[in-house]
Every structure is written in C-alpha cells, then in structure tokens.
Design a binder for this molecule. Sequence first.
Ligand code: SIN
Length: 195
Amino acid sequence: MHATPVVAAPQWVFGYGSLIYKVDFPWLERRPARIHGWSRRFWQGSHDHRGTPERPGRVVTLVEEAGASCAGMAYRVEPGVFAHLDHREKNGYQRHLTGLQFSDGRRRQGWIYLAAAGNPAWLGDAPDAVVARQILAAAGPSGRNHDYLLLLADALRALGADDPHVFAIERQVRAAAGAGISRAPLLHARCGLPA
Ligand code: SIN
C-alpha cells in the first residue's frame, strides 16, 4: 500500500485536468505552469466522478514522454487542502512530487496527482473515436463525462495551451454528438476562467 505523503507547510500542486477548472479548494497563489517530460492522456477510467463501475468514464492522467510538456495551473495551498484533494483524486491517483515551471520561467517543486498504468481504474490507449464514444456514454456523481472534456478543452484554450490529444477528442465528441452539444457552466468562480 502506497503511503500518502504528509506535508507541513504551504506547497504547490499542479492541476492538469479537472483541477484546472473545478477549483473547490482555497489557494494562496495561483499561476499558469508546465511540467516537462509528461503528456496528458484520456487513459484513466472514472467510476466515481464521471462514470460508474458499470459504465466508467474517461478522465486524464499523465504519461511520461521525452521532450513533451503539459500545460496546466499551479496553486500554492495550505497543507490541510491535501486531505480534500487526496479524497477527490482517490480513484487510482497517487500524489507525486515533480518540477514545475511557471509561465515567467521560474521553477519550483510541486505535487501532481498521477494515475499510473495498471492501477485498478486504468483504461489505457484507444482510438480517439472510441474514447469519444465512451465519453459521450458516461456520467457519474460529478456530472456528464463530456462536460469534463469540454470544460478542460475550454480551460486549456483560456490558458493559451495547445493539446492536440484533448482537442482531437473534443472534435470527435462534437462530431458524434452533433450541433446540440453544450457543456455545463463553471460553478467555481474563484478559478477565474470564463464561464
Ligand atoms: C488533475 O486535474 O490534475 C488531476 C486529474 C483530474 O482530476 O482531472
């Protein structure tokens, strides 16, 4: 069993998925940032937030890739916030310390929630059209899986970040669902991204 790391002072945490746009925790400071050597992928299953055990949704995790970098949002938070985040990210994610680079070039250490290959909710790679169909068919206690995708794609655009994988799946979802598809509004005003 993997021990949950204990922190004793304010720390940075880097969000690359729902932690960019669903900011249901207090933060002391927030900065757009990148982590190097990682790519964002819709390869993690979600039984608890955006799907069910019978019909899991797909959410993002990180996979190591030489030369890649992944854009997201870094938050400096009080130690007590990690209890909430560890619970929220419990379905296969483990907290790891890694190097962050802020958009002004400064570097810091920060935590990421990483769902590693082989965890019980892992789904792995699949063609974009298959991922899109699975996303369109899934919903869970946190809402529809396609809202997770569309909110993430909009949040990345608001950050000025290119992510060919996320945007390709978004295109597939929009094409499969037709013109009527909409996304849920953002509920967490503190995140500062357009609703
Ligand atoms: C993250 O957002 O950094 C982790 C994955 C998620 O909750 O979507």
